[in-house]
Write a protein that binds this ligand. Structure first.
Ligand SMILES: Nc1ncnc2c1ncn2[C@@H]1O[C@H](COP(=O)(O)OP(=O)(O)OP(=O)(O)O)[C@@H](O)[C@H]1O
Ligand SMILES: [Mg+2]
Length: 464
């Protein structure tokens, strides 16, 4: 293959990629520029190819460009976030990986691969700004407007094991140690975290919560530690959650979703009590109590490499492990009654009792969505009631397949294979829908089936 053919091959290859690709030769002259890159930068390949890098992008100071670092200093720059203006003056943010290409000890080219994260970036900026404003306006306890804050009085349950957990949590509020909460979805982790904060001496200070799974990995660091207006990155000066929550409590939900590298940075912050904004060089002292949560067993998360052992030990000074509702069914009656009272007020109804049959049905179920699911079932039942004072079985809208006592997973003799497989499928889908909070696209994604297929199956099994 001659050089021309080879160049064509590379061109075709990089055109296939979703990421932007820009390649310069050793003199810094553009030799490849794919259309993904052109879309991001709003440039034509013709404006870039055959021209020197710093002629096309004059605003980059030579010493600071990653292309320059690769060509002259032979340095690789990984997942570096850059914010810059394209030729129309529109600010764009990309995540880049830039490498020198070295042949026989000589750098002959530099390749930059770039992902456009402009939208995600502006989303995270807006989020931080909103929180900043909310913090300025609201009293510190109500850090997030519209979200009520909980105390231990809102935690129902008299089950022996559960009460022991509540008592541990109450003790935790009198000190400053990190808290690690493990509990399945809907077991009340947020409830516990807020109660610990509100009963302790930090209660007059902010309580901030961030779900680590809800934010793209590349932005989480800036969100937590803040960003600095760098001459080069173009990022704005903004305090992160650590600074915003100073003196108060920061709840880090699903900490196992935090990238491994960031987990070690977090560990350092916890040990040294100061943070450094992304792109900054100043150490800023912070005093923040951390409450971290996971919804899978920590040992399993560590075995899977999702949770750093050293971070876990550092956070796990106080360990709160909330048992799932199916392991404290003796509390179902009490909880159902409490939720019924609450719903009566909310919907202006007068349902004062639960029938025996309804209670039996409630107790037979295994609640993959835990207390949240029970609360929803009762809320729905009360809202559907007309003038009756008794909550009867017919008001309960809950999956039937799992209240026959045994979960459908068990195969019993004489069962038709189709029926058995169907019941399996139904349970898997119902569980996944709960996990995804009813979001069909999300559930379809985790089940690796098409959205339409899932919709069809939801209809078939009557899952809502
Ligand atoms: N012991 C409890 N007493 C009263 N309400 C409870 C209890 N546990 C949970 N709840 C209610 O269940 C709902 C879910 O609770 P919460 O948001 O704290 O759960 P979570 O463990 O954080 O769930 P997720 O993992 O999905 O974030 C809330 O409405 C909460 O008030
Ligand atoms: Mg939660």
């Amino acid at each position: 293959m001659n050089v021309e053919q080879y160049k064509k091959l590379v061109d075709e290859l990089i055109e296939l990629l979703d990421e932007g690709v820009y390649i310069v030769d050793k003199a810094g002259v553009g030799i490849h520029y794919n259309s993904a890159m052109a879309r991001t930068e709003k440039l034509d390949a013709g404006e870039v190819l055959g021209k020197k890098f710093h002629e096309v992008f004059p605003e980059f100071k030579r010493g600071e460009s990653t292309i320059y670092k690769a060509l002259i200093k032979n340095q690789r720059t990984r997942t570096d976030q850059q914010t810059y203006k394209n030729i129309y003056g529109k600010e764009i943010t990309t995540e880049n990986d830039t490498i020198p290409v070295v042949v026989d000890g000589e750098t002959v080219a530099a390749i930059e691969v770039s992902k456009d994260i402009t939208e995600i970036r502006s989303m995270s900026d807006t989020l931080l700004k909103l929180r900043e404003e909310a913090l300025k306006q609201e009293t510190p306890v109500q850090a997030v407007p519209g979200i009520r804050s909980y105390t231990f009085e809102d935690i129902y349950g008299e089950n022996e094991q559960f009460e022991a957990v509540v008592n541990r949590a109450k003790k935790a509020s009198s000190n400053d140690a990190s808290v690690f909460i493990y509990g399945e979805t809907g077991t009340g982790k947020e409830l516990f975290a807020q109660s610990i904060h509100n009963m302790g001496k930090r209660s007059g200070k902010p309580f901030l919560a961030q779900n680590c799974a809800a934010i793209p990995e590349s932005l989480l660091e800036g969100l937590l530690f803040g960003t600095t207006k760098g001459a080069f990155t173009g990022a704005v000066d903004r305090a992160g959650f650590f600074e915003q929550a100073n003196g108060g409590t920061l709840l880090l939900d699903e900490i196992s979703a935090m990238p491994y590298d960031l987990q070690s940075k977090l560990l350092r912050v916890l040990q040294e009590s100061y943070i450094r904004r992304v792109g900054g060089s100043k150490d800023i002292p912070v005093d923040v109590r951390i409450i971290a949560t996971v919804n899978e067993a920590p040992e399993e998360l560590m075995a899977k490499g999702l949770l750093r052992r050293d971070l876990y030990y550092r956070l796990n000074v106080i360990n709160i492990s909330i048992p799932p509702l199916r392991e404290r069914k003796d509390d179902i009656e009490l909880m159902a009654e409490k939720f019924m009272e609450k719903s009566n007020k909310r919907f202006e109804k007068q349902v004062w009792m639960i029938s025996d049959k309804a209670l039996k049905k409630l107790k037979a179920y295994d609640y993959p969505g835990n207390v949240r699911e029970l609360e929803n079932i009762i809320e729905q039942a009360v809202s559907m009631a007309d003038n009756e004072h008794v909550l009867t079985e017919k008001l309960l809208n809950m999956p039937d397949t799992r209240i026959k006592g045994e979960p459908p997973i068990r195969y019993s003799e004489g069962m038709a294979l189709d029926e058995y497989l169907g019941s399996l499928e139904e349970k898997i889908i119902a569980d996944e829908m709960l996990k995804a909070n009813g979001n069909i696209s999300k559930a379809a994604e985790s089940l690796k089936i098409r959205r339409q297929t899932l919709q069809h199956k939801l209809k078939k099994y009557g899952i809502k």
